[in-house]
Design a protein around this ligand. Structure first.
Ligand code: G4P
Length: 528
């Protein structure tokens, strides 16, 4: 690689910011995404993202489920430029019924934006998504949204973030009033007030201040709010955490921004601060040491496979996160698992649902590869060393159904579908141990069952029946011989596709009791 090409690669890596927004449904993720895209010039009319959502429902029947449930099953990637940075937003399905795909998508992100509703605080789905990000140790930035509504006291929210999520926080700005009284925020880093103006809060006035006692604040926000702000900030200065970049970088401290996405308030400041502080793509672990994004040889891994995105073509798209080197359309790379060289000829990039052919791409970027059935989740592609990325975590299923086929004549297609869809990571499959052959499917989100049922019918022509069970936990058992008769009360013993025994439990009590009774065995949350 020439020095010029090396420099180009380094500059492109330097520019990249790849992140996901994690939140509970309704916190305002679509709204915030849309505002960010507007700033980046990726869309020009407010409402486009929502309109796309709606248009997709109207025109695409690839997933009837999407239409029926009014949810977005497909997660895509949105790319835009802002002040010299190349921004990739990984969209994760926002519905309660998320799936393992949502988790896997997070592995492709270098940082996360945690969006919290000021009134509702830290909600269930945010906790789950946070935990996945936190395990990876990536930086997490918090945006507390809907400040134009009456919400919880900001101090209580920060306390809740620490108590529930176990992460300390540092407010980068602080609200001046809230709900109807909201008039702006004080930027603690830049020492300035940003005030709403006008009835619809659309114009923002920015004034530099000496500090938070500056008379300008009194002039702009009135005595009462100015005093409240000074008291709050004094308390924060004394009792709050100081900004510490190293802690932010390692995911131990979350910078917090207050704002209102729908009113466009605090969004631009957030975007600018975020792009400044968020990390560029960094090195990634493989089974054979780390891979640096500036390594000249191209590498990447598949974190998601999407079937039937385009109903007219019934194709599959494998989403690849580039980890190092420069990608060029038509290049030949090694498909490490298959041990074959393949040519990447039809790569695609995404803005919401549109697909463009991509000629070049760099570490941090996500490309979609046409997949005639050769990829599995977790597959690595490499131009040089045969590396395998250790990125994809497996998750313990939390919802279980028994599955059976309606028409026994379709047994062969059924087994083929079951095999391929489990291979793809769609669901996990378990077989009962004992005389009565039963098949269980385990997932982390109800939606996975629906998609599974849909794809079985549409791609394999098989009608299946699913019977939801009471089981909530799966534990892989290792370390000795297992006696199935010990798993009769609120539990059952099954085996996974590699014949490893797995106990399913209906509740925590049953699980704890089993563990206490069999101290010689190890009960693992995921497959060993
Ligand atoms: P999601 O993708 O996280 O599910 O949330 P989405 O952006 O769709 O927002 C959920 C609702 O919250 C929307 O209202 C949206 O307008 C509203 N919202 C987003 N940001 C703010 C904010 O800063 N302040 C207030 N007050 N509301 C906000 P909706 O009534 O469900 O939809 P719509 O009719 O406004 O489109």
């Amino acid at each position: 690689m020439s020095d010029k090409t090396k420099d180009e690669l380094r500059q492109e890596v330097e520019k990249r910011r790849t992140f996901a927004i994690i939140s509970h449904p309704d916190a305002g993720k679509t709204t915030l995404t849309e505002k960010l895209l507007l700033y980046g010039g990726a869309i020009h009319i407010a409402g486009s993202v929502k309109a796309r959502k709606a248009a997709r429902h109207a025109t695409s029947d690839w997933m009837e489920i999407e239409k029926q449930r009014g949810i977005s099953v497909t997660s895509s990637v949105m790319q835009f430029q802002y002040e010299g940075k190349q921004v990739n937003i990984l969209d994760t399905p926002g519905h309660q019924d998320f799936s393992e795909d949502t988790y896997r998508t997070l592995t492709a992100a270098d940082s996360a934006v945690m969006l919290i509703d000021v009134a509702k605080g830290v909600e269930a789905q945010t906790i789950k998504l946070f935990q996945v990000c936190s395990k990876r140790g990536i930086p997490i930035f918090t945006f507390i949204n809907k400040l134009d509504r009456e919400g919880q006291n900001p101090f209580e929210l920060l306390e809740e973030i620490e108590r529930v999520l176990g992460i300390r926080s540092v407010p980068m700005n602080w609200p001046i009033g809230m709900g109807r009284e909201l008039c702006g925020v004080f930027d603690r880093m830049k020492n300035q007030v940003e005030l709403f103006q006008g009835k619809d809060h659309s114009t923002i006035e920015v004034r530099k201040t000496e500090d938070y006692h500056d008379p300008i604040i009194r002039e702009m926000a009135g005595d009462y709010l100015a005093e409240q702000l000074a008291n709050d900030l004094e308390l924060l200065d004394v009792a709050g955490d100081a900004f510490d970049y190293e802690k932010v970088r390692t995911g131990q401290l979350t910078p917090v921004f207050f704002g209102s996405a729908v009113n466009n308030f605090g969004v631009q400041t957030f975007l600018e601060n975020f792009l400044e502080l968020a990390p560029k793509p960094t090195e990634r672990q493989t089974t054979d040491g780390t891979v640096d994004p500036n390594d000249e040889k191209f590498t990447g891994y598949v974190f998601k496979i999407q079937a039937n995105m385009n109903p007219a073509h019934r194709d599959r798209i494998a989403f690849l996160r580039i980890c190092s080197g420069k990608f060029q359309r038509g290049m030949s790379v090694k498909h490490v698992r298959a041990g074959k060289d393949i040519k990447l000829s039809q790569p695609q990039q995404f803005l919401a649902q549109d697909r463009d052919i991509v000629e070049t791409a760099y570490p941090g970027d996500i490309i979609g590869l046409f997949d005639p059935g050769i990829f599995r989740i977790g597959d690595s592609l490499s131009e040089g060393k045969e590396v395998v990325f250790n990125e994809l975590p497996t998750f313990s299923p939390e919802i279980f159904s028994k599955v059976s086929i309606k028409n026994a004549l379709k047994q062969k297609q059924y087994l083929k579908g079951l095999d391929q869809l489990t291979e793809e990571g769609m669901v996990q499959v378990f077989q009962s141990i004992g005389a009565f052959e039963e098949t269980y499917l385990g997932v982390v989100g109800q939606l996975q069952f629906e998609v599974f049922e849909y794809r079985m019918k549409n791609e394999y022509g098989v009608d299946i029946q699913l019977f939801r069970t009471q089981f909530q936990f799966a534990r892989w058992i290792v370390g000795g011989k297992v006696d199935p008769s010990k798993f009769r009360i609120n539990s059952t013993l099954v085996k996974d596709k590699n014949d490893i025994p797995v106990a399913l439990f209906e509740n925590e009590y049953a699980m704890r009791t089993a563990m206490e009774r069999m101290p010689d065995l190890q009960f693992l949350e995921v497959a060993p």
